[in-house]
Design a protein around this ligand. Structure first.
Ligand code: GRF
Length: 189
């Protein structure tokens, strides 16, 4: 049993499968982190229901709050003793102030083998380019989109008959496995 589990804030905008995977893992006695806060920029994000079901504190932030109140947001997280911020399908850009404040403490999961296919529609682009592999990447969040230092990657094979939906499903399965493990390893290191 780990006594001092690191408090984690997860930022979401939607579905929340990665959030769910992070929560599930956090319930293990041997896990070194605890999801202490879930922040969403969408009030109807499905992930919020997952957080509430697991009795995790949630907060909805508006676009204007995100833009103008980054100091306030940083303060809220400090007060909750947040050690790492995990972006999990969070579709907004964080300010330079916030990124500097939590330097090397904000990580993201991206559905491609970075540095390939930054941005959106990664699966479509990987298929179109006839890649043999795709996958997912955990990386630090920096000021340039999907360009921060890479922490871990996991490869997924692309099959000839793959569609965007099929590939997305297989990559997501790996994302859900990788994120909790990578976070645990990061906290340990
Ligand atoms: C994932 O594919 C993640 O890599 C990307 O956004 C998606 C979020 O999915 N950044 P979920 O909300 O965690 O299910």
């Amino acid at each position: 049993m780990i006594k001092d589990k690191a408090n984690i804030a997860v930022f979401i905008s939607g579905r929340g499968t990665n959030l769910k995977a992070l929560i599930l893992r956090s319930k293990k006695k041997s896990c070194n982190y605890k999801i202490a806060y879930v922040i969403s920029n969408k009030k109807n994000a499905a992930g919020l229901k997952i957080a509430k079901k697991n009795k995790i504190l949630t907060k909805i932030i508006s676009q204007s709050f995100l833009k103008t109140e980054q100091k306030k947001l940083a303060k809220i997280l400090v007060n909750k003793d947040i050690k790492f911020v995990c972006l999990a399908g969070f579709m907004k850009i964080l300010s330079p102030y916030f990124l500097d404040f939590f330097k090397n403490k904000i990580i993201n999961i991206h559905p491609s083998l970075l540095p390939k296919y930054k941005g959106l529609n990664t699966h479509y682009r990987a298929l179109k380019a006839k890649e043999r592999f795709s996958g997912c990447t955990i990386h630090y969040v920096s000021k340039k989109l999907d360009s921060g230092k890479i922490i871990e990657k996991r490869k997924v094979k692309i099959f000839k008959k793959d569609t965007v939906e099929k590939l997305e499903k297989r990559v997501l399965k790996e994302e859900n496995k990788l994120y909790p493990l990578a976070l645990e390893r990061l906290i340990k290191s």
